[in-house]
Design a protein around this ligand. Structure first.
Ligand SMILES: Cc1ncc(C[n+]2csc(CCOP(=O)(O)OP(=O)(O)O)c2C)c(N)n1
Length: 655
């Protein structure tokens, strides 16, 4: 049965003229033991909520996963798709991508992400079990990880948080083959992974990965462990290939016709490419049926819940927000309109979260050790602790990258909506995972405070300048920068309602006055940009700003109007939503004033799309500095006076 994986992998890579045969051939025995004997998975219902999750963290070995899904009989994973490995619009892309084929639980390929997604999945399982009971939620998360996964820095973050939280239903099968791309691992690594995992509070063992019984015994021991488990499986990369096995040459290129012929001989496999002997295929298909009764029993247990509980579980898995959520936000906005608080948007975010977390039992908050700064922990929240998953707040520790990647795992698991905080500057430390949230279209919400030089005294190491532009460049990520408490509530609503991608809220440390003082039921941030001050007559100047700079734009507007020139102000809380609007709406909001001014305490990149190449930009041109924030705004010339003066000078030059 394992040779079926090997044959499909080497033949598909050969046909595609690219790909990675070595890992699937080396790990074929381990995968066969796992999928045919232990993984709780039903090919006829691959989305079954209580299935075990399997993550191929070493995503370059994607043919291992595709071969197994085909052999088990997962709908859509046909032999044609295997033959179309790595071809356009196939279900079998170069690295596994979420959404192309049933049974692919997450997108992997950037090493270290998969194992960290799996930590999030294992955590989500425990949280949901605490909420719905073990009768409804009780599954494991298995990972195949490679040397590369474990060399990546993110793996340190992932294993330490998993060990700390005692995620004992997480089982990592490590392909301990001693080979990476450049050659033997000894070129760049001399650590002891088993010792490392043990030090991180894991159970960790060595096994012979080519011995199915040894692998099975290790999995059974792992299932009984009260800690997460690493099983270091000693394997031979490219197992069966006569000259390339055990060498880096088997890693990432087709073996070639002669080598494949030799491997067929060595493995005793005489079927032609893409043909699986009937007895082997039948054995796989029968193994695929093993969880069918378990799934039916689970469905009976779900059906026997009272209708409210069942309805709630099903709603959570579908990802619908509860009825009444929009009304709760509207009520809250009504209060804000009366109270008109002057608050930092990070504080406004906490205020919004108090309403949101009360209305949505599915939110799971957290922060990478900046809870009091990010304001992410709300009234009534209790902490998730080692072995105790009844709370709704995760202290991720100083692990931004793992927080983001594990939040992807939580979102992919279904049933929960994760949000997590850090400083906007440290979005760089989480960026590879943020990009994957966007690629995988997952509802993950990033709460990023201290969003400009407005953070002040901490200085240029902590002051983002290029980050908004860099984040706006990620396709399918919505970057929100609200200007007051009402906009913050609206942006939170939009983030939660955005079911097909991540959102990031960039929030201030410094206080901001209330911009919106009248209740408007509609979510004005939903179109990305809207007029907050109109011109009296034909505008000569249009001022555009986001977040904390809207206040500056309004003060500049007053000065320009006082000088006798009609002007208007547009708040731009979300570039991406604005660009999704009709050309008519965009033209109306951009307007046709002879002078456009953009104000944002960040670099100009991206603003030309709104203010035009000849627009005036009032913002940052280099790094920040350390000082009380009002002095920094003066020093860098991001003031109402500077903006008004630049606009008036330009008007004069044009006249
Ligand atoms: C973050 C990241 N860096 C680099 C790569 C490119 N890459 C793919 S596999 C690999 C290492 C291969 O070694 P190993 O992980 O041991 O896999 P094996 O050769 O055993 O299949 C590298 C560097 C990647 N996929 N992700």
């Amino acid at each position: 049965m394992a040779n079926a994986i090997r044959a499909l992998a080497m033949d598909a890579v050969q046909k595609a003229k690219s790909g990675h045969p070595g890992m699937p051939m080396g790990m074929a025995d381990v995968a066969t033991v796992l999928f045919t004997r232990y993984l709780k998975f039903d090919p006829t219902d691959p989305e079954w909520p209580d299935r075990d999750r399997f993550v191929l963290s070493a995503g370059h070995g994607s043919m291992l996963l595709y071969a197994v899904l085909y052999l088990l009989g997962v709908e859509g994973m046909t032999i044609d798709e295997i033959e179309r490995f790595r071809q356009i619009d196939s279900a079998t892309p170069g690295h596994p991508e979420y959404g192309h084929a049933a049974g692919v639980e997450t997108t992997t390929g950037p090493l270290g992400q998969g194992i960290t997604n799996a930590v999030g999945m294992a955590l989500a399982e425990r949280i949901l079990a605490a909420q719905f009971g073990d009768d409804i939620v009780d599954h494991r998360t298995y990972v195949i990880a490679s040397d590369g996964d474990l060399m990546e820095g993110i793996s340190h973050e992932a294993i330490s948080i998993a060990g700390h939280l005692r995620l004992n239903k997480l089982i990592v099968l490590f392909d301990d083959n001693g080979i990476s791309i450049d050659g033997p691992l000894s070129l760049a690594e001399s650590g002891d992974q088993v010792a490392r995992f043990k030090a991180a509070n894991w159970n960790a063992v060595h096994v012979d990965g080519q011995d199915p019984d040894a692998v099975a015994a290790a999995i059974e021991a792992a299932q009984a462990s009260d800690k997460p488990t690493l099983i270091a499986c000693k394997t031979t990369i490219g197992f069966g290939a006569p000259t390339k096995a055990g060498t880096a040459e088997a890693h990432g290129s087709p073996l070639g016709d002669d080598e494949i012929a030799g491997a067929r001989k060595a493995l005793g496999w005489d079927s032609p490419p893409f043909e699986i002997p009937a007895d082997v295929r039948d054995a796989w298909r029968i193994a695929g049926l093993k969880s069918s009764q378990t799934r039916k029993d689970w469905q009976k247990r779900l059906a026997s819940l009272n209708s409210d509980r069942r309805g709630e579980f099903e709603r959570r898995v579908r990802g619908d927000l509860p009825a009444g959520f929009a009304a709760a936000i509207a009520d809250y906005k009504r209060t804000l309109a009366t109270e008109a608080p002057t608050v930092a948007t990070r504080k406004a975010s906490e205020m919004a979260l108090n309403v949101i977390n009360a209305a949505l039992p599915e939110t799971i908050g957290g922060s990478a050790d900046l809870t009091p700064s990010n304001n992410t922990r709300t009234k009534g929240f209790t902490d998730i602790k080692p072995g105790d998953f009844a709370g709704r707040y995760v202290h991720w520790g100083v692990r931004e990258h793992a927080m983001a990647s594990a939040m992807n795992g939580i979102a992919l698991h279904r049933g929960l909506i994760p949000y997590g905080g850090t400083f906007l500057i440290f979005s760089d430390y989480a960026r590879p995972a943020i990009r994957l949230s966007a690629l995988m279209k997952q509802r993950v919400i990033y709460v990023m405070t201290h969003d400009s030089i407005g953070l002040g005294e901490d200085g240029p190491t902590h002051e983002p300048v290029e980050h908004l532009a860099a984040l706006r460049a990620i396709p399918n990520l919505k970057v929100f920068r609200p200007a007051d408490a009402t906009e913050t509530a609206e942006c939170w609503q939009l983030a939660l309602e955005n079911r097909t991608g991540p959102s990031l809220l960039a929030l201030t440390r410094q206080n901001l006055p209330a911009l919106r003082r009248e209740f408007v039921e509609a979510n004005l941030c939903a179109r990305g940009a809207y007029e907050v001050a109109a011109a009296d007559g034909d505008a000569e100047v249009s001022l555009f700003a986001s977040g904390s700079e809207v206040e500056i734009a309004l003060a500049a507007w007053q000065a320009i109007v006082r000088a006798g020139h009609p002007a208007r102000v547009v708040s731009v809380p979300c570039f991406e939503l604005f660009e999704a609007e009709s050309a008519d709406y965009q033209a109306e909001i951009v307007g046709d004033a002879p002078v456009n001014v953009g104000i944002e305490a960040a670099v100009r990149l991206g603003w030309d799309r709104i203010i035009g190449r000849d627009g005036i930009f009032v913002g940052m041109h280099g790094f920040g500095a350390s000082a009380p924030y009002k002095e920094l705004y003066q020093k860098f010339g991001i003031t109402a006076e500077a903006a008004a003066e630049a606009a008036l000078q330009r008007l004069e030059a044009l006249s």
